[in-house]
Structure formats: structure tokens, C-alpha cells
Write a protein that binds this ligand. Structure first.
Ligand SMILES: NC(=O)C1=CN([C@@H]2O[C@H](COP(=O)(O)OP(=O)(O)OC[C@H]3O[C@@H](n4cnc5c(N)ncnc54)[C@H](O)[C@@H]3O)[C@@H](O)[C@H]2O)C=CC1
Ligand SMILES: O=C(O)/C=C/C=C(\O)C(=O)O
Length: 486
């Protein structure tokens, strides 16, 4: 069985306590790896290594040299593409094409893009008059924040971890990463990549373990951490924010969502069905940007529900590496229990189950996996739990609407504010809705179409701050003004 260790100061290392935990395959329930759980000693060693590495070989690099090194990281990820694809499929159970077309290439892009951003984004400069007439020049410089803790989730593990490690390193910081306990494999591989391309020891560190009372909490409470960037549940964000308050450390949070998909009767029907299908069911619905609430303009409602049902009933369950598989399991037995509890709750609250609602028939060899049926409901009041709470599973409720004003109210009636996807051929309406819906990311006639230079993040309880392009520089650096009297 694969042994996964912490990666501290350029070395793979176990834990002083000897504690380990099992990584279970979502596909069939077998144990696929044994992972060293970092305790206080390893967390401290990782933070100390990261602090020491801020200076010396890493700190002395010019921006161009650092950018070149990060291009090297991206190239090495690409060279070892198949290893990353295999590791991420093993961790998540998600289909091969999702890894090869989206999640692993994005990992490499996350290093390239931010290497280029730091080289090409100017800082501000102001010339000012002075009483003696000679004037003064102000210009801004950016300094790295220091040691950044990166805490990442399991749903798109490599993409979401590198989305933070890429810009943090591009800005000259060092990092200690705590990947999700459910998905340790690709972060460990990234340690090998860092060594292979000559990233100085201590710049990139990985500690494995859980959240409360384990590596995650130990890291966020460590006084040597200067800033914390986190993607995960809103409740976890609350706990981390409390930890960050000690020492007044900065936080960047990408949190949960309960996103609305809106389909107008004038939409390109096939594209809208395809777009909503992807947004609700890609990655078995385990996408923070995914759609769990769908609103369809009334004249299109019945036809849309029937078409989405047909799409969902065509999915093919299977092992991720098997050709033709386009639907995987949920990440864990615990998550499956949670999703199935919502499936039951929907029925108790009076839903019409259009399709799914339970567990599928799967081949005997997959019986130990965490499979659930993709599910569509209609007929629930807006107060129903499955319309209010983030489920993070392959399911959505579809409701009809009559007016633009009504659908804006429905879309905004949530404590979350991450993303929305709007389907219409009326561009003026698309502009109006984009401004009125209280989310950080609006997609019109598309979903999850990402330009990494754009602002990414959530409103309300979906996050704090924005990352992407120059916005990442805002978080990963301290800006200082230099005023020179002429
Ligand atoms: N807004 C966004 O961009 C995204 C948000 N998410 C959200 O992530 C969630 C799913 O991911 P999960 O891994 O279940 O989230 P989670 O919040 O349970 O865990 C995320 C990470 O935090 C760690 N953690 C948990 N408690 C902690 C604590 N007290 N202190 C420090 N670390 C702690 C975990 O070990 C894991 O590494 C969903 O709510 C989803 O919406 C996921 C992807 C993107
Ligand atoms: O594109 C991003 O930076 C974030 C994407 C988020 C996911 O992939 C997810 O939540 O699954």
C-alpha cells in the first residue's frame, strides 16, 4: 500500500507520534494509502522551515528568476501528467476526462499564470508638489507576506491547492499546505516536483491530518504563520477566522455556496440544458460553483425538466479509468450519509422526485464505494431544507418563475453569494441580472469558464476577499509606499 508522508524542508518525513490514517477509495471502499498525521512537532517544523526559507536562496531570487522557477514547476507537472491524473483519480474517484481536461492542466496553469502576473503587473506611482517646488515621487513596492498557511478541500484538490500555492510563491512567500485528509496524494506528488526543479528547501511544505485538534487547527493557531488562505465550508471558515484573530493574521476565504441557475424561455434550449446539467452534476455535484437551485421561466418549465431528466438518466457510473465513465462516487461514506439524508428530507418535505433519490445499482466490485444517484426534485416550497442548505451533492431542485424581478428575489434569498449561471439570449436582461444578483461570479450562457486573471470569490457567507490575477497579489503581498523627496 502507498505510504504518504509529510513534506518538510525538502524531505519526506513521518510523524514523531507515529500516528497514521487510512485513505479510503471512494470507488470501492478499499484502503489505498496510509498517511502520516502531523502533530504539533511536525507543524512547528514545517512553519520553522518555511520561515527560514523566506531569506537566503529563495528570498534572493529576482522576480524573473522566481517566475522562471514556477514555469519549471508547471512544466514538471505537465511532464508527470499521468502520475497526477492517476493520483487525483485514486483520491477522488472522479472520471479520467475530468482530470485530463480540467483539474490537472489547471494545476500547471496556476503556476504559469501567476508567474506571468507578478512580472507584468505595475505598482502605483504618484508625483506630488512640495512647498519648495522640487516635488516628491511616491511609488509602491510589494513585499511577500511571509509564511502562508494554505488549507484546502477535497473536491478539486490539486486545482484548489495550486490556485493558492501558485500566487503565494510567485509573490515570494513560503507555504505550509494542509490538504484535505480525504485527498493527500497530489499534494505529496507536488513535493517531488518542487525538489526535482530545484525550488529551495522549506519554500513548499506539506503537513497531513485533520481539522479540529489536528494538523489544520495546529497550523492556523501557529504564531509563525503570517496569513491563512482557505477553501472549504463556511463553518470551518468561522473556526479559522477565530484562530486568525490571535496575532491579527490576514485571511482569504473561498467558502460554500447555494448557487442559482436561471433559465429564461428565450435561452438556447440545448445549450441551457447542457450547461445546467454540467453545473449540477459535474464532479458528482461536489463543486462549490455548482447549481443546486434551478429556476426556469414557466413556458419552458415542463420541457426543461424532461430534458434534464433524460440527460441525468444517461450518465454512466464506473471506475474513473474505465472508458465511457462520466459519473463518479461521492468522496466519503460520511459525505454519502449526509447527501442521502437530504434525499430523505426532500421526500419528507413533499418533493416530487423527478429522477434518482437513492443509491444506484452498481457492479459488485464497486459495492463498497460511495455511490448515490444523481437526483432532480420539483414541487418544494422555497423554505425546504434542500433549497436552503448547501448539500454539495449531485442534486438540484427545479422551480418555475414568471418575472425577472421574481427570479432575482429568489436567487438572492440565501445567506450565500458565490456564483450564478444565467441562460438567455437577451443581453440587456443578462446585464441587468448580473448587477442585481448578489454573488461574486456571474456566468451568462456558460458555467465554470475561467480566465485566471479575473476576480474569483464569494459575497455574503461564501467568502472574504478575491483571488485571481492582480487580486491575488493584493492578498499575497504587503504593499508599502516609498516617498522620495526630490
Ligand atoms: N468558494 C470556493 O471556491 C470553494 C468552496 N468549497 C467548499 O468546500 C466545502 C467542501 O470541502 P471540505 O473539504 O468538506 O471542507 P472543510 O471545511 O470540511 O475542510 C477543508 C479543509 O479545512 C480543514 N479543516 C477543517 N476544520 C478545520 C479547523 N478547525 N481548522 C483548520 N483546518 C480545518 C480540513 O481538514 C480540510 O483540509 C464545501 O462547503 C464547498 O462549498 C469547495 C471548493 C471551492
Ligand atoms: O476555478 C477555480 O479557481 C475554482 C474552482 C472551484 C472548483 O473546481 C470546485 O469547487 O470544485
Amino acid at each position: 500500500m502507498r505510504q504518504v508522508q509529510n513534506f518538510i524542508d525538502g524531505q519526506f518525513t513521518g510523524s514523531a507520534s507515529g500516528r497514521r490514517f487510512d485513505k479510503i477509495s471512494p470507488v470501492d471502499g478499499t484502503t489505498i494509502a496510509s498517511v502520516s498525521e502531523a502533530g504539533a512537532a511536525e507543524v512547528d517544523a514545517a512553519v520553522q522551515a518555511a520561515r527560514a526559507a523566506l531569506h537566503g536562496d529563495w528570498g534572493n531570487l529576482t522576480t524573473d528568476q522566481r517566475a522562471d522557477l514556477l514555469h519549471g514547476v508547471a512544466n514538471e507537472i505537465t511532464r508527470r501528467f499521468d502520475d497526477f491524473v492517476a493520483a487525483e483519480m485514486a483520491d477522488t474517484g472522479q472520471p479520467h476526462h475530468v482530470m485530463t481536461h480540467a483539474f490537472i492542466p489547471r494545476g500547471a496553469a496556476n503556476f504559469k499564470v501567476f508567474a506571468d502576473v507578478v512580472k507584468n503587473v505595475a505598482t502605483e506611482s504618484f508625483v506630488m508638489p512640495t512647498p519648495d517646488g522640487a516635488g516628491a515621487v511616491n511609488y509602491a513596492i510589494r513585499r511577500p507576506k511571509g509564511v502562508v498557511a494554505v488549507i484546502s478541500p477535497w473536491n478539486a484538490p490539486f486545482l484548489l491547492m495550486t490556485w493558492k500555492v501558485g500566487p503565494a510563491l510567485a509573490c515570494g512567500n513560503t507555504v505550509v499546505v494542509k490538504p484535505s485528509e480525504e485527498t493527500p496524494l497530489t499534494t505529496a506528488l507536488l513535493g517531488e516536483v518542487m525538489n526535482a526543479v530545484g525550488v529551495p528547501k522549506g519554500v513548499f511544505n506539506v503537513i497531513h491530518g485533520f481539522g479540529p485538534g489536528s494538523a489544520g487547527e495546529l497550523l492556523t493557531r501557529h504564531k509563525g504563520v503570517n496569513a491563512i488562505t482557505f477553501t472549504g465550508e463556511t463553518g470551518t471558515g468561522t473556526a479559522i477566522m477565530k484562530a486568525a484573530a490571535e496575532g491579527i493574521r490576514d485571511v482569504s476565504f473561498e467558502l460554500g455556496g447555494k448557487n442559482a441557475g436561471i433559465v429564461f424561455a428565450d435561452a438556447d434550449f440545448d445549450k441551457a440544458v447542457d450547461g445546467i446539467f454540467r453545473s449540477a452534476f459535474l464532479n458528482t455535484g461536489q463543486v462549490c460553483l455548482g447549481t443546486e437551485r434551478v429556476y426556469v421561466e414557466r413556458p419552458l418549465f415542463e420541457r426543461f425538466v424532461a430534458a434534464l431528466k433524460a440527460r441525468v438518466e444517461g450518465v454512466s457510473f464506473g471506475r474513473p479509468e474505465t472508458k465511457g465513465t462520466d459519473y463518479g462516487p461521492l468522496i466519503s461514506a460520511e459525505h454519502r450519509k449526509k447527501v442521502l439524508s437530504y434525499y430523505r428530507k426532500a421526500v419528507e418535505e413533499g418533493a416530487t422526485v423527478v429522477t434518482g433519490g437513492g443509491t444506484p445499482e452498481v457492479a459488485a466490485e464497486l459495492a463498497g464505494g460511495h455511490w448515490v444517484q444523481p437526483t432532480i426534485w420539483t414541487g418544494l416550497p422555497e423554505s425546504a431544507a434542500v433549497i436552503r442548505e448547501e448539500i454539495f451533492g449531485p442534486c438540484c431542485h427545479i422551480a418555475p418563475f414568471d418575472t425577472e424581478a421574481e427570479v432575482v428575489t429568489l436567487a438572492n434569498a440565501t445567506d450565500y453569494g458565490l456564483s450564478t449561471t444565467i441562460w438567455t439570449t437577451n443581453l440587456a436582461r443578462a446585464h441587468r441580472l448580473s448587477a442585481a444578483i448578489e454573488v461574486g461570479i456571474v456566468w451568462v450562457n456558460s458555467w465554470f469558464l475561467r480566465d485566471l486573471r479575473t476576480a474569483f470569490g464569494g459575497s455574503k457567507q461564501s467568502g472574504i476577499g478575491r483571488e485571481g490575477g492582480v487580486h491575488s497579489l493584493e492578498f499575497y503581498t504587503e504593499t508599502a509606499n516609498v516617498c522620495i523627496k526630490l
